[in-house]
Design a protein around this ligand. Structure first.
Ligand code: ZN
Length: 78
C-alpha cells in the first residue's frame, strides 16, 4: 500500500497517509479544514516503467493472410 504525503496549503500541516490506489485522495486538512495538496517525490510511490505492457497481437495474425485464394495452386505446367 503506497504512502501519500499531503501538505495543507493553509496551515502548513504535512503528514503521510497510507492509501490504496482505489482510495479517494484527501482534500481537506484534518487540523484546520483547509485545502490539501498532494506532495510528490518524497515517498516511495513508484510508477515502475516495467509495468507498462501492451498486447501487441496484431503483428502475427493467424487468419486472413493466405486464405481465399482457392484454386491458385492447381496450375499444371506441362
Ligand atoms: Zn491545515
Amino acid at each position: 500500500m503506497p504512502t501519500y504525503s499531503y501538505a495543507c496549503a493553509q496551515c502548513g500541516n504535512a503528514f503521510d497517509v497510507h492509501q490504496s490506489f482505489s482510495d479517494d485522495a484527501l482534500t481537506v486538512c484534518p487540523s484546520c479544514g483547509g485545502p490539501l495538496r498532494k506532495v510528490y517525490g518524497t515517498v516511495g510511490v513508484t510508477f515502475n516503467g516495467s509495468g507498462f505492457y501492451r498486447t501487441d497481437s496484431r503483428s502475427s495474425g493467424p487468419s486472413g493472410a493466405s486464405s481465399g485464394s482457392s484454386g491458385a495452386s492447381s496450375v499444371s505446367s506441362s
